[in-house]
Design a protein. Structure first.
Length: 438
C-alpha cells in the first residue's frame, strides 16, 4: 500500500519519535521502561516484517498503551485511516464504527485519525483528525518535556487520552500507564512512579482528591477538561498542590483543542472573545452558543460549521462583566414549566454542601410542569440501611433541601434527592447524567 503524504513540513508520528533523543525514556508500564530508541527499533523491525501489507483502514481496539503506541506509529503515514475504538465498545458496536469509517469522505494527504464522539452506542459519530490537528496545541519543547512524568488516567482511544499520550511522546516526557481500567491500580502506579503531571476531568479530580493517594505525587502540572470546572474544585486543587501550574483546557473531539485558562478562575476572560487565543477565535451567538474557529480544523467533523470556519460547540455560556462562564450543553437543559435548568448549576450547589463527595442531576417527567429536577447525592456513610433506619438520612435530606432553597430559584430546587454511597464516572471520566426513571 502506498504511503500517505502529510502536508509539507508535517512529520508522521514515527518521524517525531526518530527526532527525539534516543536514550529518552518515553513509557513506564508493567513491562518496565521503554526508551525512544527502543521504540524506534521495534517499529523498524515490524515495518520490515509487514512490508507494504498494511490495510487502508487500521482499527485499534482494546490495546494496552504500549501496543497502541506501536501500532499508531506504524500506521500514521502508511495507512489512509486509523480508527480508534474506545474501551467498553463491544464487537458489534466496533463493527458499526468501522463501517461508518469506510464511507467517510476521502481526503488527500496525511493519515486520518478517526475518533468517536461518544463511543457508547451504535449512534456514535466519527470525527477525522490528522496528527497535525491533534498536536496543534501541544507543548513540544524537549528540554522542558524531559522534566515531566505524565500519568495516563484517560482511555487513550478517546480524544482526551490521546492528547495526554501525544503530549508525552512529542514532548519527550515519560508516560506512566497501566493496562486495564482499574482506578485503584492506576493511581497506585502514579504514586509509585512519582507522576508530576496529570490530566483528568473535574469528576475524576474530585474522585482523586477524595481517594487521597494522589496527594503523595509531586504534581507540577494539572490540567482539567471535558466538563465545567467550578471555582470550588479549582480552589481545592490549588490548595492541595500550591506549586502546580493549573490549566483548564477547553477541547472537544469535534473541534480539537481550543484554548486553555491558567488564572485559577472558573470560566474564561471576556477578552478571549475580542482578541482570540493565539490562532483560535471565539464568538457567542444570540442563543448563547459558543462558536470556535480552531487553529487547525479537523478534516471531517459532526459540528455545524459556518462560512467563516467557526464550529458550533453546542456549549452554552453566560457573559458576566469581564468573565464568560459555561452553563452546560445546549441539549442538556431540563424544562421545568418553561424555565430551563442546567444540571451543572444544581450539581455545583449540591457539591457545596458540607460532606457531599459527588452529585448528579437529571429531569423527571411531570404532568404539570413537563419536567422536575431530581438528584442523586453521595455523602460518606449515607444511603445504607443503617443510616436510613436511625434517621441520619432524613436529617441530611432536610438540610440538603434547605441548602438548595437558599441558593437556587424555586424551579431549580430538586423535587427529589436520593442519597447514595457513591457515584461512579462514565467510561470517559465524565459524570454520567441521571436518567429519567419514570
Amino acid at each position: 500500500m502506498p504511503a500517505t503524504h502529510p502536508p509539507e513540513g508535517a512529520r508522521t508520528l514515527f518521524e517525531h519519535l526518530c527526532a527525539l533523543p534516543q536514550e529518552r525514556v518515553l513509557l513506564q508500564d508493567e513491562a518496565g521502561l521503554l526508551a525512544a530508541g527502543e521504540l524506534v527499533a521495534l517499529l523498524r523491525a515490524r515495518s520490515a516484517g509487514e512490508g507494504a501489507n498494511l490495510p487502508s483502514l487500521v482499527t485499534l481496539h482494546a490495546l494496552a498503551p504500549r501496543e497502541l503506541i506501536l501500532r499508531l506509529a506504524a500506521a500514521d503515514g502508511r495507512a489512509a485511516r486509523i480508527l480508534l475504538v474506545p474501551a467498553g465498545i463491544d464487537a458489534d458496536q466496533a463493527g458499526r464504527l468501522a463501517a461508518a469509517a469506510a464511507v467517510l469522505p476521502a481526503t488527500a494527504g496525511a493519515t486520518q485519525w478517526l475518533l468517536a464522539t461518544s463511543g457508547t452506542t451504535g449512534d456514535a459519530k466519527l470525527v477525522a483528525h490528522t496528527l497535525q490537528s491533534l498536536s496543534a496545541a501541544l507543548r513540544t519543547d524537549l528540554a522542558s518535556g524531559a522534566a515531566y512524568r505524565w500519568g495516563l488516567l484517560y482511555d487513550p482511544c478517546r480524544f482526551a487520552g490521546l492528547q495526554v499520550l501525544l503530549q508525552a511522546l512529542l514532548g519527550g516526557s515519560v508516560l506512566v500507564c497501566s493496562a486495564g481500567e482499574d482506578f485503584v491500580a492506576r493511581v497506585g502506579a502514579f504514586v509509585a512512579a512519582r507522576v508530576n503531571a496529570l490530566s483528568a476531568t473535574p469528576t475524576l479530580w474530585r474522585k482523586l482528591l477524595i481517594d487521597g493517594r494522589i496527594l503523595a505525587c509531586p504534581l507540577h502540572r494539572i490540567t482539567l477538561g471535558g466538563e465545567i470546572a467550578d471555582q470550588r474544585l479549582l480552589d481545592a486543587l490549588s490548595h492541595a498542590f500550591p506549586h502546580a501550574k493549573l490549566r483548564h483546557i477547553y477541547a472537544s473531539t469535534e473541534a480539537g483543542v481550543g484554548f486553555s485558562v491558567g488564572d485559577g478562575r472558573a470560566g474564561f476572560p471576556r477578552a478571549y472573545l475580542e482578541r482570540g487565543v493565539g490562532a483560535v477565535r471565539l464568538r457567542v451567538d444570540e442563543a448563547g452558543h459558543l462558536w470556535i474557529r480552531p487553529a487547525v480544523a479537523p478534516v471531517v467533523t459532526t459540528a455545524s460549521v459556518d462560512d467563516g470556519g467557526y464550529l458550533d460547540t453546542q456549549d452554552l455560556v453566560r457573559i458576566e462583566g469581564e468573565r464568560v462562564f459555561f452553563l452546560g450543553r445546549a441539549g442538556g437543559a431540563i424544562n421545568v414549566g418553561g424555565n430551563k435548568v442546567h444540571p451543572e448549576t444544581v450539581e455545583a450547589v449540591l457539591r457545596a454542601f458540607e460532606g457531599v463527595t459527588e452529585a448528579r442531576v437529571g429531569g423527571r417527567q411531570n404532568p404539570f410542569t413537563g419536567q422536575v429536577v431530581v438528584a442523586e447525592v453521595a455523602i460518606g456513610g449515607c444511603g445504607r440501611k443503617d443510616s436510613r433506619e436511625d434517621g441520619r438520612d432524613d436529617a441530611l435530606l432536610r438540610a440538603l433541601y434547605d441548602h438548595c432553597r437558599a441558593h437556587l430559584p424555586p424551579w431549580q430546587v430538586p423535587a427529589r434527592i436520593e442519597l447514595v454511597a457513591a457515584i461512579e464516572p462514565a467510561a470517559g471520566g465524565k459524570l454520567r447524567r441521571l436518567e429519567d426513571r419514570t
